[in-house]
Every structure is written in structure tokens, then in C-alpha cells.
Design a binder for this molecule. Structure first.
Ligand code: ADP
Ligand code: MG
Length: 341
């Protein structure tokens, strides 16, 4: 048995100190960090973006199959993804926690290990937060701040007719990872002697438990001097996101099934579960990829990047939002994705 330190042994201030004392900052914009009434930041003539996300046990995550370190990591990543989706660089985060008495100091330290791993990888500073008891369920609220050169942020609403729709990475993996973990949980609940079988499913399990934010894509835009016309992150599934991009711009769109990037491991997992990989790619959420539109004349700038796929283009609003299958059929894209029947 590992040690268990009760939070009451440290008290609230002792706990915060224990969790945050060794953290050093990475950004010159962080002037005052944890320890005062508020953090102080100076963005030296840049513009600030700010975003926040709430994660609630039983709604957004299940501690039965989510290691705390991964949860800490992912809690940060989902916010950084929103900052990158604005074409900004994340610089600071705050984390507020509601903790039940089920948690020990060691458990929270594990959560913070994940938080710090994400902070180190993406070079963001944890500059504050709040800590409270919770009666039921672990509650995590993360706020992220980022900086962007004046007026270089990219909105969801500014795509133009004829622009190419692009996505980073591949789609549907996180949904299949979640499907697998839920299935193994159900088997375990029915018979606790059966150990979970995640053999050979590292890719999809990693996609749900340890997502990454696409910092590399933002850096690629800068290097290529490429400015997408609109952008957002893929948290709810590509079909829902293309509808946002279209509606906000007052346009229609065409998306092609044979252009959807789907990893081979994702495809195999879908077949194993009797699911259509295309439907998983369109409707599965939590991929944390970027979806963006570019002008056609910028196509040459992205062809060499294997992490970017062109999946369709923006059309007149009268043409609606259409999905073209490999078989040559056309369907309306709906918020739940594509309804084949
Ligand atoms: P206040 O009473 O002003 O809200 P707190 O005692 O709650 O201050 O917090 C003291 C310091 O610790 C502040 O800088 C706050 O931002 C930081 N802090 C509190 N909880 C957390 C947490 N869970 N993670 C990181 N920093 C925290
Ligand atoms: Mg407080």
C-alpha cells in the first residue's frame, strides 16, 4: 500500500503550497504567479485571449478508467487547444478544484504531475487557482490565457466562399478509445475477476486519455506565413464543427468521405465494434484537432504537411452543408453528423 496523507493533515494552505511550491515559470509575461490575491501578467503590446472549461466527474470523465495523472494532463490540454484555435500562444493557466474526501494528498499530487507535464511540454505557467471541498464528485475548472500579435487572432466566422476546409491529424480515435474503455468497464462491473483487455489498442486509448493540443500547426502557419481565414478546434466532432464554420460565415460546405483522415488503428477498432469508421470520424468528439479554412491559392503551402488534410470546401449558403460518400451519394450534414438512412 502506498502512503495516504489526509488533506486535513496539511490544511488548505499547506495543500496548495505542497501542490505548487516547486513550479517555476516559463514566460516573461508572468510577472507575479501563485501566492498573492491575483497573478499579474504583462503581454507587452500583444492581445490576450482567455478561455475556460469545466470538467465534472461522472459527466466529463470517469475515474474508473482515467488515471489522475492523465486527467491532470487532459484538463490542461483541452484549454490549450482552445487557445491555439484562436491562433494564439497559451502562456498562463489557473486551476480550480472541488475535492471530495475520497482524495488523498498523494492522489492530488498525481493529478498535478499531469498538470505540470502539460505545462512543461507547452511552456505555460500555472499562476493560480482555487481549492474547495466538494460533497460529491471531483470538479476541475481550468482557465487559460494566451497572447497573440495585435489582430492576428482567427475567428470561427470568417470563412469565404471557395475556401478549402482543412483538418489536422486524424479523426474518430478518441471516440473509439472511449467506446473501448466503456466496454471494458461494463465487463468489469459484471465480473470484477475479468481484467481489462486493452492489448494492441494503445493508439485509440491514448487518443482519449492523453490528447495533445496542436501547437505544431500554429507554428507551421507562422513559418509558412499562412493565415487561415477561419479556425476552431474539433471537440464535438467534425460534422458539428463544419456546421459552425458554415453557419457563422453564412455559407454552405461540401465535405468528402474519401478525404477524411482516419488512422488505421481507428479503422480497425471501428470494424471490431461493428461501427462505421466514417460515422466515428464525423461524429466522435474529443479529438482536439484543428479545423480551419484557407484560400485556394494557399493550397501549395499545406500540401507538404502530412499532418494536414483538405476535406472539402465552402460553398454558397443555398447549396447547404453536404457530405459526399465514396459511393457517390450526397447527404445533408447534421449536428449528429451524417444520417445515412
Ligand atoms: P484567496 O483567498 O485570495 O482566494 P487562496 O488562499 O485561495 O487565495 O489561494 C492562495 C494562492 O494559491 C493564490 O495565488 C491562488 O491563485 C493559489 N491557488 C489556490 N488553489 C490553487 C490550486 N488548486 N492550484 C494552483 N494554485 C492555487
Ligand atoms: Mg481562494
Amino acid at each position: 500500500m502506498e502512503n495516504r496523507t489526509e488533506i486535513s493533515e496539511l490544511g488548505e494552505f499547506g495543500l496548495i503550497d505542497h501542490l505548487t511550491k516547486n513550479f517555476e515559470t516559463y514566460n516573461v509575461s508572468t510577472i507575479e504567479s501563485i501566492g498573492d490575491d491575483a497573478a499579474v501578467m504583462d503581454h507587452f503590446g500583444k492581445q490576450t485571449v482567455m478561455t475556460t472549461d469545466l470538467l465534472i466527474e461522472g459527466i466529463h470523465f470517469d475515474l474508473m478508467y482515467t488515471p489522475l495523472k492523465h486527467l491532470g494532463y487532459k484538463s490542461v490540454i483541452v484549454n490549450l487547444s482552445d487557445v491555439y484555435a484562436m491562433n494564439a500562444q497559451p502562456t498562463q493557466i489557473t486551476i480550480s478544484l472541488g475535492i471530495t474526501n475520497r482524495f488523498s494528498v498523494e492522489a492530488l499530487s498525481e493529478f498535478y504531475e499531469g498538470v505540470y507535464a502539460a505545462c512543461e511540454k507547452y511552456k505555460v505557467d500555472l499562476v493560480g487557482g482555487d481549492t474547495s471541498a466538494s460533497q460529491k464528485g471531483f470538479i476541475i475548472s481550468v482557465t487559460a490565457i494566451g497572447e497573440v500579435a495585435p489582430d492576428q487572432y482567427i475567428k470561427r466566422s470568417t470563412a469565404q466562399k471557395g475556401d478549402l476546409i482543412c483538418v489536422s491529424g486524424d479523426l474518430g480515435g478518441a471516440f473509439l478509445g472511449l467506446t473501448l474503455l466503456e466496454r471494458e468497464k461494463k465487463i468489469y462491473m459484471e465480473n470484477p475477476k475479468v481484467q481489462p483487455d486493452l492489448e494492441g489498442e494503445d493508439y485509440i486509448v491514448g487518443r482519449i486519455l492523453k490528447p495533445e493540443a496542436r501547437k505544431d500547426i500554429i507554428e507551421f502557419f507562422e513559418k509558412q506565413d499562412l493565415r487561415p481565414t477561419a479556425m476552431m478546434d474539433v471537440s464535438d466532432g467534425v460534422s458539428s464543427e463544419v456546421l459552425h464554420l458554415s453557419r457563422k460565415a453564412g455559407l454552405g460546405c461540401k465535405v468528402y468521405e474519401d478525404k477524411l483522415p482516419i488512422n488505421e488503428a481507428t479503422r480497425q477498432a471501428a470494424f471490431k465494434f461493428g461501427l462505421d469508421p466514417t460515422v466515428c470520424a464525423l461524429n466522435g468528439g474529443e479529438d482536439y484537432e484543428l479545423i480551419f479554412t484557407i484560400r485556394q491559392e494557399d493550397h501549395d503551402k499545406i500540401v507538404l504537411n502530412e499532418e494536414i488534410s483538405v476535406i472539402g470546401y465552402m460553398t454558397d449558403v443555398e447549396e447547404g452543408c453536404k457530405f459526399l460518400t465514396k459511393g457517390g451519394n450526397t447527404f445533408d450534414i447534421t449536428a449528429q453528423g451524417w444520417k445515412a438512412f
